[in-house]
Design a protein. Structure first.
Length: 295
């Protein structure tokens, strides 16, 4: 029997096609957010969440193996849902808030789609962290055991920093009961996010400490797909500065009014200078290292 065609990094060609298709689908979803008033919001949310989550499963299984990536997903879902439900019930560690029905069905107090968002963007941020700290195939030992979770959590929080005011204050996916200084979002949210993500990454780092990865024949192109996916997310936030109608002012739950154009402009700047910076750093490190295929 003939063997299936394989790419230069040893991945079945069909798998790479699926990964690229997921990146394209996600890019389309970011464009569709401009038409939120004409397309069901739940459909837009689902297209924001499922492509990166599926990408994480497929891409991650190539490096960590099936057991490794399933463990990562399990940690994300359990820790993310525990912290988010705790936050809704007590205000700790994010601040006082609740989720509306914009993101669909909930598990207890938290939308199921939000848990999956932790998986997709969490995996991409973790992967960029591995790249920025050097050879992504290096074992997670010594200082990397702590440095990698610390750096990767910053990369993940950059994503939240660039989109939280849009999805809460503008789109009302969740409501901050007391408003906040960052366009209706309390600053405590970002420290809570950092803590939550750090716990996820630290647990996974400890899990991976004594376990080998599947690094044979993974070329730079394998890693570039993850970097590009994260970069597309940053670019999607920049698109939102395009005026598409709708209210020019929005109010948070505390009654403070904010200009929508100010929110989208600042989120675009944050995307460029945080998410964009991390994307460039990861790409540059990968370009400089160029790990040869077959090693």
């Amino acid at each position: 029997m003939s063997q299936p065609a394989r790419s230069i990094d040893g991945t079945p060609a069909g798998t790479n096609h699926v990964l690229w298709a997921l990146i394209v689908l996600y890019a389309v979803a970011r464009v569709l957010q401009l038409f939120a008033g004409r397309i069901p919001m739940l459909a837009i949310v689902a297209l924001h969440v499922f492509p990166p989550a599926v990408f994480a499963l497929i891409h991650g299984s190539r490096f960590y193996g099936s057991r490794g990536i399933v463990t990562f997903v399990a940690i994300c879902l359990v820790v993310g849902n525990v912290f988010e439900n705790l936050g809704v019930l007590t205000g700790v560690p994010f601040g006082r808030y609740y989720f509306t029905d914009v993101m669909g069905p909930k598990l207890l107090h938290v939308p199921i789609l939000l848990g999956l968002a932790y998986v997709g963007m969490g995996y991409l941020s973790w992967t960029l962290g591995r790249l920025i700290l050097g050879d992504p195939r290096s074992p997670i030992t010594g200082s990397r055991l702590v440095a990698l979770p610390l750096v990767s959590a910053l990369i993940m929080v950059a994503w939240d920093l660039s989109m939280d005011p849009i999805w809460s204050t503008v789109e009302h996916g969740w409501i901050w009961l007391n408003g906040g200084a960052y366009f209706g979002v309390p600053l405590s949210n970002f420290f809570g996010w950092y803590l939550t993500i750090y716990v996820i990454y630290q647990l996974f780092a400890l899990y991976m400490r004594d376990r080998a990865t599947i690094s044979d024949r993974l070329s730079p192109s394998f890693w570039r797909m993850a970097v590009l996916f994260y970069g597309v997310s940053a670019a999607g936030n920049i698109l939102l500065i395009i005026p598409v109608g709708g209210p020019s002012l929005v109010a948070d739950a505390a009654g403070a009014q904010w200009k929508v154009s100010d929110i989208t402009a600042v989120c675009a700047l944050v995307s460029i200078f945080t998410m964009g910076a991390f994307t460039v750093m990861a790409w540059a490190r990968l370009w400089a290292h160029k790990p040869p295929a077959g090693q």
